[in-house]
Design a protein around this ligand. Structure first.
Ligand code: SAM
Length: 472
């Protein structure tokens, strides 16, 4: 029944295969010979299968876990260098017809204020985001065919891309909206979106149906097969994710990897990103009501394993996580983080009174973008506002090729430095600017190709003189 090439949800995310995998992992978790051979295989940096990965997740041997963490750090360094891409979510509308029991936007919630941004309000939000220095957004909306039809989403994307305010520009709009049709995915592609992100929430079908009791999202197969439709519609950068806390994390982890294997098997390219959200407190949602919450230690192990199992996939950590947790997992392979996020509709341009909050969930990391940027640089990371790949057509397997050929240091690295310089010139505080200029000076030396280095140096000088938007 299990078939990674199948286009049927129950066949590529096969319940029996997951149960067998978990059983195999449990039986072999103390088989250190096997564990060591899997770690050796992981060192080849070609990834691991869901079965192999599940054995590592089950293994509780401290020495092996530390080896895994070291390997995740090393792979992260080799493939991604020390860049961390910055983004922010933008909530367009919290109207929703679904009944997701973990989300305060669920249809039965009659007291949360329902808001939908007009195009003018979107402009205000985007200007506020641009004034912080953001260049990359992830737009978010509830599912509501009447209030949030695809035309509204497309119009909003156009509005966002068209806003030119001072030196600001949103250069990449990623989209996190409910599963939709091939035709709508095609329209999103034509509108110039970056990644299409859709969290599976849970791969466990029975739980999925209970957690989504009403609305179109109840349909497990339609939701699980969404990425195949997105790819059929021409979107080749898709972002997966599990909402950790809903189901047993070992089950979810195996399902997540099977999903990645399925995309690779059918479309020849795996997920562009994987997100690892955990359930947070929200309006009428109490995370302790969900039995499967995971500790920070398990969370870190999951992040490290994702890095090792799918080395070419970006990993995203949102402000659901605290500064402390983010600090820990960034080292283990995270490549993208959000900064200064608001999860309310309209929250960037106007502070909402608490009793009228339209927030989707509580944010743990409430620092400003300037603080996050400075904090990252303090650890030697390069905060990157780069959006070059998709604008240069390096999506899907073309991006993966760049990664696999080790050309990131000659391409992403200088792009990160140039976009950081733009940020420092236009938005940073004096202290952040000082630290950033020093960092760029040091990091420019790490561009291997002398010609690329020369061009980058010249571009950095031009940025100083007011020019913007250079890229390799
Ligand atoms: N409505 C869209 C859908 O159906 O996929 C996606 C947008 S929703 C705004 C983004 C994600 O927020 C959801 O996929 C879910 O995983 C996450 N989310 C919902 N409630 C949450 C909570 N209480 N804590 C943390 N994350 C939550």
């Amino acid at each position: 029944m299990y078939n990674p090439k199948s286009l049927k949800a129950e066949e590529f995310i096969c319940h029996e295969e997951i149960l067998e995998t978990l059983d195999y992992a449990e039986k072999n978790k103390n088989n250190l010979e096997l564990v060591d051979s899997i770690i050796e295989k992981a060192k080849l940096r070609k990834g691991l299968s869901h079965r192999e990965a599940s054995v590592l997740l089950a293994c509780e041997d401290e020495e092996r876990t530390n080896q895994l963490f070291d390997l995740a750090q090393q792979i992260k360094k080799d493939f991604y260098g020390n860049r961390i891409v910055m983004f922010a979510p933008l909530y367009l509308s919290n109207y929703c017809v679904n009944g997701c029991v973990y989300c305060p936007y669920h249809h039965q919630n009659k007291h949360i204020p329902r808001k939908k941004l007009s195009q003018d309000e979107i402009r205000r939000e985007v200007i506020a985001l641009q004034d912080m220095g953001h260049k990359r957004l992830a737009i978010e909306a509830g599912e509501d065919p009447v209030n949030n039809p695809i035309e509204y989403i497309l119009e909003s994307i156009k509005t966002i891309y068209d806003i030119k305010h001072k030196n600001g520009a949103i250069r990449r709009v990623n989209v996190n909206i409910a599963a939709t049709t091939v035709e709508n995915y095609r329209k999103l592609k034509e509108a110039g979106i970056g990644t299409y992100i859709l969290f599976q929430e849970t791969y466990h079908k029975e739980s999925y149906e209970k957690l989504h009791p009403t609305g179109p999202k109840h349909n497990y197969a339609y939701h699980t097969e969404a990425m195949d439709r997105a790819m059929e519609g021409g979107i080749d950068d898709v972002g997966l994710g599990v909402l950790f806390g809903l189901e047993l994390y070992k089950y979810e982890f195996a399902g997540l990897l099977m999903h990645a294997e399925h995309l690779e098997a059918v479309h020849g390219v795996g997920p562009h990103t994987i997100s690892v959200p955990r359930i947070k407190r929200a309006d009428d949602i109490d995370p302790t009501q969900f039995d499967n919450g995971i500790s920070d230690e398990i969370f870190a192990k999951l992040c490290a394993l994702i890095r090792v199992c799918v080395p070419y996939t970006g990993m995203i950590i949102s402000t659901r996580e605290s500064k402390e947790v983010r600090e820990k997992v960034i080292r283990l392979g995270v490549s993208q983080i959000s900064g200064a996020s608001k999860t309310s509709v309209g929250g960037y341009s106007e502070e909402e009174p608490e009793e009228e909050s339209s927030e989707q969930f509580d944010v743990s990391d409430k620092r400003t973008l300037d603080e996050v940027v400075r904090w990252l640089m303090g650890f030697g990371y390069i905060p990157s506002f780069c959006t070059a790949c998709y604008r240069e057509g390096r999506t899907g397997d073309r991006f993966m090729a760049l990664c696999k050929n080790g050309q990131i240091q000659n391409c992403c690295h200088p792009n990160a430095l140039m976009t950081l310089k733009e940020y420092l010139m236009d938005y940073a505080s004096d202290e952040t600017k000082k630290i950033g200029i020093e960092l760029i000076k040091k990091e420019i030396e790490n561009i291997p190709n002398p010609k690329v280095k020369e061009i980058a140096l010249n571009n950095l000088e031009q940025i100083e003189n007011g020019k913007r938007d250079f890229r390799f």
